[in-house]
Design a protein around this ligand. Sequence first.
Ligand code: ADP
Ligand code: MG
Length: 383
Amino acid sequence: MKDLLLQKFRAAFGGEPTVIARAPGRIEFIGNHTDYNGGTVLGAAIDRGIWVAARAVEGGRAQFVSGHSPAVVEVALDGTLSKQTGDRAWVNYQLGVWAKLPDFALRRPAGFQFADLSDLPSGAGLSSSAAIELATGLALTALAGEHPERVTLVKLGRKAENEFVGVPCGILDQGVSGFGQRDHLVFIDCRGPSFATVPLPADAHFWVFNTHTKHALVDGLYAARHRECMEAAQALGVPLLADATPALLEAKRAVLPELNYKRARHVIEEIGRVAAVRAALAQGELAAVGRLLTASHRSSQTLFENSTAELDFLVDQLAAAPHVHGARLTGGGFGGAVMALTSGVFGAAQAEAVVAAYAARFGAQPAVLHLKTGSGAELVPVG
Ligand code: ADP
Ligand code: MG
């Protein structure tokens, strides 16, 4: 990757970059819709990501080139800086990071040239957006002689995505890309937010099946789930659902509409499952972890109702397959991808059988990726 990136930078800009950084994509391991309810979540940084190379230049302008888009995009870095549109929109993540640096009292380069290269599919639910933000944050701060803490880079990336790009994501994506470690999960308490790593046995393999389906009304469905959760918290007399216990929920069941009871039960029990996964991991019990993953999916299916027939089919197939510990939808739901936790014995032939069964049922093929954990965002020596 690094050699190809250097070639790309030289071809576009006729010289050498002074910094290189890379950041991984991530999988939501467990903790479904817990973030905005003040809960906890576990994610895995994966062994695919985005590499960026940059150098500072005079002239108050930024030039971008990408594996994503071969033409050089140039943007003036002055008071007119605004969100780009059309086929220039891919630079908004990088521009957002540059624009938000002063909010964290960090100096920034007045002008720069920038190239990136990725082996992370974009828009596949693996958070290429957080990867580009974290790698850009590392590179631009290094160009300005700043070396911020990891947590600052994480918050910078999220702020860029929330406020400049305009996507209201939680802290999971950037937190996992920033704090990831090989053979570990990242545990996030969304309320701090605070971050910790949790060891994962080396024989943990991930298989992601992306259905490329997306519910047409997904934004409205998200907003409805958010509202139902907040209404449930209010009826329970707590600030957020993370403050409620299963006992409180049952004691107050009569005051909740049935729908809000189901949403609240999913979130409260899901936070319990995150804690149970941590306990099982401490014992090295991947089979128990897998059962909790599948239980999370069943709860999405019946209580939170953010699954789909396609996702349920994949989970049913995978949960019944040998060498699979468990499977669940990963990400927000209403379409998207299923993640299976497997041992190293599960292989391409078994994945192919799942794809064939899916194709026979739905007439379309999910995209399959075999992933392991990977390390978090880091600067890479240029030489
Ligand atoms: P996800 O984060 O799940 O991959 P998003 O829609 O949040 O999906 O982010 C995808 C966007 O990130 C792409 O549309 C593109 O603008 C940007 N992006 C992804 N990969 C790259 C890359 N290698 N270079 C530049 N921009 C990228
Ligand atoms: Mg994203």
